[in-house]
Ligand binder design. Structure first.
Ligand code: KDG
Ligand code: MG
Length: 404
């Protein structure tokens, strides 16, 4: 079998997605997600200008060799643009291989280790009463685990909470210029334990509650928050520090038993070396889409498993249904699965990317369609072209740019 065509498709059915579609001389097709939120066109160029010309004529069954060829062969290794591009090729090749075998991808990864995959959803509110309503809404949708993010008194717009403009109208996070959020770490550290207290008081001790600090704390601040949240038994505290400084997590770990989740901005196993080998974290958060695909993420999970660290694949709206489907096949197959983030997509996005995966009673299943189980409607995709959009930036109260 040979690859005869490679097409890069950019579409915006509500937000931007970048998809690679490979076609073989046998007429099989494979899809891979290459979406890098806010920097989409850089990956389009990397794929179109530097990867697609290398793919035609290659044997699609040689997944490991193609991965090494693109990773080592480029000389310039790692980085989100490179690894998103390689991820798209890797997933498209796994899609083709599984279709050629007539099997859903999870069967090629060792078969199902569980019947279904537990997901967590997002609840957020500008204040605690609004957050409680949002948790209620997620529970009504069937979720059995919820990430809670709350606005902070005195701040206009903070991470994970829908912001409003001066007239109270909602401000979307996808903007032609970055929205500016504001931040005050002391106010956040005072407020967040009261948020957990209120949610526990309303929903009881058993509901798994997650929280994302989005890289905003210093090690000592993170340790303080971890300790203050301990009475409320969080499922995890995510991205408490900018963890590219892996050593920073030592101080956090020594000072709190709150479980730690890290890694959505990481793109190779090297970013995790210290964190895993020293058991400084409990969950690895990388997405198939940003980590070079199924091939390296499987290796990461197997490495993490030796240290009782579990998977928790990143799954916000900016991971396309193609990236989500690939994650679900891995989730079902690996032994050390922890939890899967799942925000769902707009109905239009689900029409552009028709998928076999399902969400029932707070759990996902990748379905039994051969491959990863996603079909791309090219005409509908073309009807919704790329729109320039940025993620927000974050400033302290005195105007200093802070981590987002
Ligand atoms: O593109 C950035 C988002 O995917 C990220 O901010 C979402 O932190 C996130 C999460 O945990 O889903
Ligand atoms: Mg996060």
């Amino acid at each position: 079998m040979k690859i005869v065509d490679a097409q890069v498709v950019v579409t915006s059915p509500g937000r931007n997605f970048v998809t690679l579609k490979l076609t073989t001389d046998d007429g099989l097709t494979g899809l891979g997600d290459a979406t890098l939120n806010g920097r989409e066109l850089a990956v389009v160029s990397y794929l179109t200008d530097h990867v697609v010309p290398l793919l035609t004529g290659r044997d699609p069954h040689r997944i490991e060799d193609t991965w090494q060829y693109l990773y080592r062969g480029a000389y310039w290794r790692r980085g989100p643009v490179t690894m998103a591009a390689i991820a798209a090729v890797d997933v498209a090749l796994w899609d083709i291989k599984a279709k050629a075998a007539g099997l859903p991808l999870y069967q090629l990864l060792g078969g199902a280790s569980r019947d279904r995959v537990r997901a967590y959803g997002h609840a957020n509110g500008r204040d605690i009463p609004e957050l409680l309503d949002s948790v209620r809404a997620r529970l009504a949708e069937g979720y059995q685990a919820v990430r809670i993010q709350s606005g902070i008194p005195g701040l206009k717009a903070v991470y994970g909470v829908h912001s409003t403009d001066d007239d109270g109208a909602p401000v979307l996070h996808q903007q032609a210029r970055p929205l500016v959020e504001d931040w005050d770490t002391d106010a956040y550290l005072r407020h967040t334990p009261t948020v957990f207290e209120a949610v526990r008081a309303e929903f009881g001790a058993e509901l798994p509650l997650l929280h994302d600090a989005h890289h905003r704390l210093s090690p000592v601040q993170a340790a303080r928050l971890g300790r203050d949240l301990e009475p409320y038994r969080p499922f995890w505290l995510e991205d408490c520090t900018p963890a590219e400084n892996q050593e920073a997590l030592r101080l956090v770990r020594r000072n709190t038993t709150t479980p730690l989740a890290v890694g959505e901005v990481f793109n190779t196993v090297h970013d995790y070396q210290t964190l895993i080998s020293e058991q400084l974290i409990d969950y690895v958060r990388s997405a198939v889409t940003h980590f070079g695909g199924v091939t390296p993420l499987r290796k990461l999970f197997d490495y993490a498993a030796q240290f009782q660290i579990r998977s928790a694949v990143h799954g916000p709206e900016d991971i396309s249904p193609v990236g989500m489907a690939a994650a679900l096949h891995l989730d079902l197959a690996v032994h050390n699965f922890g939890i899967q983030e799942y925000s769902g997509h707009t109905p239009l996005t689900d029409e552009v990317f028709r998928h076999a995966y399902t969400f029932t009673d707070g759990h996902l299943h990748p379905g039994e369609a051969p491959g990863i189980g996603v079909e791309l409607d090219l005409d509908l995709a073309a009807a919704h072209p790329y729109e320039a959009a940025y993620l927000p930036v974050n400033r302290l109260q005195d105007g200093t740019v802070h981590d987002w």
